[in-house]
Ligand binder design. Structure first.
Ligand code: AMP
Length: 217
């Protein structure tokens, strides 16, 4: 099963991708996670991406396309994959199509998670991630049992640099301008399936499961 999760920052793509991974045993490919790890390790890729990410801007297309081209060829993608945060521009979507054509694969579903913009700001400012295992929490909607510590592994929770309000506004503008046209792009290809990104994470996941049990029209 080859999936794309589409939706604005804060829609819950990462959380839903993790739930899909647990259920279907396919890898989550998050360009955001790959880039953050490169920045942390100070690699050439990280150095290239850092300033764009700190400002909430998109990293240049050729950089992320290169990451995906390499990643999709790894053997663990043979059973499928869930793309989280890629593609984010029309050139990225076109490049993805070319990569998949080359390796004889295709996208099964594009799941678009819809959320109201003001709700996104509330969610993103409260978001906390475990430094150790990447588990995600929210100070109001999904707080950890012990403040500042991960329920899963006890690791320290941190707030992403780009989850501060001003950067969030830039990320939402980037989404509107560059990523939202992909909704129409995939709708025209008859791959788009929209779900409402409101309510608890299990409620959203139930809608996704319904989509995955259904063949695209
Ligand atoms: P995310 O974790 O998906 O919200 O991504 C965090 C940041 O990484 C974004 O704000 C961008 O700066 C960068 N990024 C992640 N994925 C992409 C992509 N597909 N294209 C361009 N930049 C990306």
């Amino acid at each position: 099963m080859n999936l794309i999760l589409l939706g604005p920052p804060g829609a819950g793509k990462g959380t839903q991708a993790q739930m899909i991974v647990e259920r279907y045993h396919i890898p989550q490919i998050s360009t955001g996670d790959i880039l953050r790890s490169a920045v942390k390790n100070g690699t050439p890729l990280g150095k290239q991406a850092k300033t764009h990410m700190e400002k909430g801007e998109l990293v240049p297309d050729e950089v992320v396309i290169g990451i995906i081209d390499q990643r999709l060829r790894a053997p663990d993608c043979n059973a499928g994959f869930v793309l989280d945060g890629f593609p984010r521009t029309t050139p990225q979507a076109e490049a993805l199509q070319a990569i998949l054509d080359k390796i004889g694969r295709s996208v099964d579903h594009v799941i678009n998670i819809e959320v109201d913009p003001e709700e996104l700001v509330r969610r993103l400012t409260g978001r906390r991630t475990c430094k150790n295992c990447g588990a995600m929490f929210h100070i109001a909607f999904h707080p950890p049992a012990k403040e500042g510590a991960c329920d899963r592994c006890g690791g320290a929770l941190y707030q992403r640099e780009d989850d501060r309000e001003e950067t969030i506004r830039t990320r939402l503008k980037e989404y509107e301008k560059q990523t939202s046209p992909l909704i129409r792009y995939y709708d025209l290809k008859k791959l788009l399936r929209s779900v409402q990104g409101v309510g608890g994470q299990n409620q959203i996941f139930s809608q996704i499961l319904r989509v995955l049990d259904t063949k695209p029209i």
